[in-house]
Write a protein that binds this ligand. Structure first.
Ligand SMILES: [Cu+2]
Length: 295
């Protein structure tokens, strides 16, 4: 398990208070840690494979990752295994997303998990360094280890959710109100800020729904839904529609600025629960709603 967190420290080792930029972008730390350590090392034999489950447990850092010196194969996402393994040169994990990989260490020497540049629509000054961070180093021995069997061709079936009975549209926007002393950000869904006393969506248990998440804001927002797993069916940006490279169960998907993401979902368990942007400041400043699932 590789749990990514990030931490901001002042020169004296204390944790500074959040700033206005943190309210807008979500607080990002200066030090990206893996399981609480900075660039931990992993010793592996040549030819070894490791199954790694990656969690983006940072508040607001978008992790675009590549393995330098080792080959990655995606085998799972937020909601478990894919239908079959998919080779990948890089992976993108927005806050709260997870991915499961098999990494093959076939070359002796250091293999490093590094970050690539990703512009998530930073507002104001102080955009953190995204690219060129080494998060984990695997020391691959000269001596080959025991031969490892190839991955199975089939992991499990994922049945498509099929035709939706209901379609919903959720439009994300940002607002900024200035007064003499401060600036207040708001993050809205369909023009409304979250209200604990308001039910935004009434759904029926067992019914398939199409949710269209439209990001009209200037920043990316990782959309997260409670209670079930969804299937992303398409992305649309600048009039161009694209399909995801594989079918998967997910509970978090990045909706890039200017993008529309369409997903299919079905809630089975009755009860009221949330959907929200997973950047905590955005959710606190309004970008959250309640779906009440009725039996
Ligand atoms: Cu957000």
């Amino acid at each position: 398990v590789l749990m990514f967190t990030d931490l901001r420290l002042a020169a004296d080792g204390s944790m500074p208070d959040s700033t206005m930029a943190d309210q807008m972008n979500g607080r990002v730390g200066d030090h990206v840690l893996v399981n609480g350590q900075k660039n931990p090392r992993l010793a592996v034999a040549m030819g070894a494979k490791r199954r790694l489950r990656l969690y983006n447990a940072t508040n607001a850092r978008f992790l675009r990752l590549a393995f330098d010196g080792a080959a990655m194969t995606i085998i799972g996402t937020d909601g478990g295994l894919l239908e079959k393994p998919v080779a990948a040169n890089e992976i993108m994990l927005s806050p709260a997303e997870r991915v499961e990989l098999v990494v093959a260490f076939d070359r002796p020497g250091a293999a490093t998990l590094t970050t690539l540049d990703y512009d998530r629509g930073w507002m104001g000054a102080g955009r953190p360094a995204d690219a060129g961070l080494t998060l984990l180093t695997a020391d691959v021995a000269e001596t080959p280890g025991e031969a490892m069997p190839p991955l199975p061709e089939r992991l499990r079936p994922i049945a498509p959710l099929g035709q939706p009975a209901v379609s919903r549209r959720l439009v994300f926007t940002e607002t900024m109100a200035m007064n003499a002393t401060s600036m207040e950000m708001g993050f809205l869904i369909n023009g409304k800020a979250f209200d604990m006393e308001r039910v935004d969506i009434v759904a029926r248990a067992g019914e398939t729904e199409l949710w269209e998440i439209v990001n009209q804001a200037d920043m990316d927002h990782p959309f997260h839904l409670h209670g079930t797993q969804f299937q992303v069916v398409e992305h649309e940006r600048d009039g161009k529609v694209s399909k995801p490279p594989y079918r998967a169960w997910k509970d978090t998907v990045n909706v890039a600025r200017g993008e529309t993401v369409r997903l299919l979902l079905r809630q089975e368990r009755p009860g009221a629960r949330m959907y929200h942007c997973h950047i905590l400041e955005h959710e606190q400043l309004g970008m959250m709603g309640i779906v009440d699932v009725q039996a």
